[in-house]
Design a protein around this ligand. Structure first.
Ligand code: NAP
Length: 273
């Protein structure tokens, strides 16, 4: 029987490319996101591959534990088993920390951290009962390197790193593989959904433009590169994959932490002092 993967945030970017790659590898797929229209587009693209993948799409906001519980119930009812969970649904946020409202903080942490906790909480009993299963958490280089002007995002992603490593330590003897994926900046369309804050509107707009220029640079890695890293993690049972240039960023930060923070501050401060 074909293995089954459940992917959150599967309607765009990294999640979509991961869905297409695992479909090519012969997986059945449970795909979740808030936009049904975008999920249907991904399901159609999988159909167009001409294989016989079974694809279930479920509209779900990962911030809501009840919706996530229903997602997992529907997927288990449909497929019987789930073999791999990819926690990917996320939101990026940047700007001067004092200009983040509590609502902004909640949006980031409720999506990037609680969203992952909700799926794990709902699916873990199934994995424990079967004494097998793989959990892949998409963290970020921002979950390894504390970066100025990314306080809320780094808070959420450092928490995901801690969650991933603690789960690894606890669940490995129970047959459950847990892996963290750490991409650098990736050329997806995440800017369209990201939160930008600043000293004023112009500052926030400049930050968006600046990041837009970075993501348009040809050297920036693509969602497909992260999908390949996820495949590598799942098929080779890895506990951590740093995606491409993230290795370099992490090494530089370990060797020269103060210098790297100074460089990031200069690059990202915009209108801040
Ligand atoms: N792009 C990067 O530079 C980068 C770098 C490092 C790590 N990452 C991480 O990689 C993951 C994917 O990023 P991406 O670049 O592919 O982002 P993206 O293009 O913005 O895609 C995000 C996906 O998550 C879904 N999503 C967002 N909020 C959701 C919610 N509350 N409930 C359910 N689904 C939700 C979106 O669909 P709907 O809007 O339809 O819900 C979409 O499918 C994130 O965890 C991100 O932090 C990205």
């Amino acid at each position: 029987m074909a293995p089954t993967i459940l992917i959150t945030g599967a309607s765009q970017g990294i999640g979509k490319q991961t869905a297409l790659l695992f479909a090519r590898k012969g997986y059945n797929l449970a795909l979740a996101a808030r936009s049904d229209e975008n999920l249907q587009t991904v399901a159609q693209e999988i159909k167009n591959l001409g294989r016989d993948n079974d694809v279930l799409t479920v509209v779900c906001d990962v911030r809501d534990s009840e919706q996530v519980k229903t997602l997992v119930e529907k997927a288990l009812q449909h497929f019987g088993n789930i073999d791999v969970l990819v926690n990917n649904a996320g939101i990026f946020a940047t700007g001067t920390v004092e200009n983040f409202s509590l609502d902004d903080w909640h949006t980031v942490i409720d999506t990037n951290l609680w969203g992952y906790i909700h799926t794990i909480n709902a699916l873990l009993p199934h994995f424990l009962e079967r004494e097998t299963g793989t959990i892949v958490n998409i963290s970020s280089i921002g979950g390894k390197v504390p970066t100025p002007y990314l306080a809320a995002y780094c808070t959420s992603k450092f928490a995901v790193t801690g969650l991933t490593e603690a789960l690894q330590a606890e669940l490995k003897p129970k047959g459950i593989q847990v892996c963290g994926i750490y991409p650098n900046v990736i050329a997806s369309s995440f800017l369209e959904r990201a939160i930008f804050r600043g000293k004023d509107e112009e500052d926030a707009r400049k930050r968006r433009e600046q990041l837009g220029q970075v993501t348009n640079a040809p050297v920036i890695e693509k969602p497909k590169d992260v999908a390949e890293a996820i495949w590598d993690a799942v098929s080779n049972q890895k506990s951590e994959v740093m995606v491409g240039s993230a290795n370099f960023s992490q090494t530089m930060y370990r060797l020269f932490p103060a210098l790297m923070q100074w460089v990031s501050r200069q690059a990202l401060k915009n209108k801040d002092k």
